[in-house]
Design a protein around this ligand. Structure first.
Ligand SMILES: NC(=O)c1ccc[n+]([C@@H]2O[C@H](COP(=O)([O-])OP(=O)(O)OC[C@H]3O[C@@H](n4cnc5c(N)ncnc54)[C@H](O)[C@@H]3O)[C@@H](O)[C@H]2O)c1
Ligand SMILES: O=C(O)C1=N[C@H](C(=O)O)CCC1
Length: 283
């Protein structure tokens, strides 16, 4: 093991995020190349690319890392696992990390409440950074939403609009659900009557336009949209709209790799991107 560099295992290496994360690790950017190294490349069981050098997968030089579907085979080759795949397999990867005392960065979305409590329980034994959105912009917005909701939430009709590429499997987005949860918690903490009257039960993940009486989520699936979220606070005299547009998946990959470095192999607990950026303490 290279004493100085943190070794990263990347799952879902044939995926949009998996490939982007590997590219960011191997591209040699100073902020990463002096801190992390690719330790393992994981794909789904019995995939035809098993045995291939991961460099070939991302169309670059041979990297000396062979794609595998067997985490057991490479458990001594990595320190932190970075996972952007799908809920069911993420739960398997999480179990492996708990059993082998490996820290994990989870970017996968579409978890149900049982999955989320598994993540919470796992964080008693290992370090986990779990965020539906690893961009800096959404981390900032979610902190500002606490303040904004405290001040105008009770007197606004609140809606969330999210737009993503037409290959996205979960709906609404994890980010939209996180934004809604942030607003609901801020309303609750003001103990406002309006908050008590709001129907804050979560929509099922599959609903296209999951709406409560006051806080609705509307989803667009089109083209190659990377990820856009708008929160609207609509009052009787004015309207506030806050929008974030991801322009490249690199923003998510950088957030995830920064989080892996921040987590290291010794932190224990459940964190989000705001914790790793120090935003939650600042705002
Ligand atoms: N948190 C964030 O910042 C952020 C950013 C982008 C995407 N995401 C989320 O990350 C996930 C992946 O997004 P994507 O665009 O890369 O998707 P994708 O479909 O391009 O890639 C998914 C990867 O997971 C693998 N996979 C799926 N099911 C599997 C299984 N059962 N066993 C093993 N491997 C399996 C696929 O083979 C593929 O490599 C989604 O949940 C998405 O919402 C989160
Ligand atoms: O591309 C995706 O899928 C994304 N999903 C996240 C979500 O579900 O919130 C956000 C970033 C892009």
């Amino acid at each position: 093991m290279n004493d100085a560099l943190l070794r990263i295992a990347v799952t879902g290496v044939t995926g949009r995020m998996g490939k982007k994360i590997i590219q960011c690790i191997v591209k040699g950017e100073k902020k990463f190349s002096q801190k992390i190294i690719l330790g393992a490349a994981i794909t789904r069981s019995n995939a035809s690319i098993c045995g291939m050098d991961v460099g070939k997968l991302i169309k670059t030089d041979t990297l000396g890392i062979t794609v595998t579907d067997d985490l057991e085979l490479v458990k001594n080759d990595f320190d932190v696992l970075v996972d952007f795949t799908a809920p069911s397999i993420s739960m398997e990867y999480l179990k492996f990390c708990v059993n082998n005392n490996k820290n994990i960065v989870i970017g996968t979305t579409g978890f149900n409440k049982a999955d989320e409590s598994c993540i919470m329980n796992a964080s008693r034994k290992i370090g986990i950074v779990f965020s539906s959105n690893f961009s800096i912009g959404i981390a900032l917005i979610s902190r500002l939403l606490h303040r904004i909701t405290h001040i105008i939430g009770d007197n606004s009709d609140i809606s969330i609009v999210e737009a993503h590429h037409n290959k996205k499997s979960d709906i609404p987005s994890g980010t939209a659900l996180m934004i809604k949860n942030t607003i609901v918690n801020a309303l609750r903490s003001t103990h406002s009557i309006a908050a008590m009257n709001r129907n804050v039960d979560y929509p099922t993940y599959s609903s296209v336009s999951s709406s409560d009486r006051n806080i609705s989520i509307h989803s667009i699936r089109a083209g190659n949209i990377i990820g856009e979220h708008t929160v609207l606070f609509i009052g009787s005299e004015e309207r506030l709209e806050i929008t974030h547009k991801a322009l490249d998946r690199t923003i998510f990959a950088h957030g995830a790799l920064h989080s892996a470095i921040w987590l290291g192999y010794d932190k224990v607990g459940l964190f989000n991107i705001g914790d790793t950026l120090g935003i939650n303490a600042l705002l």
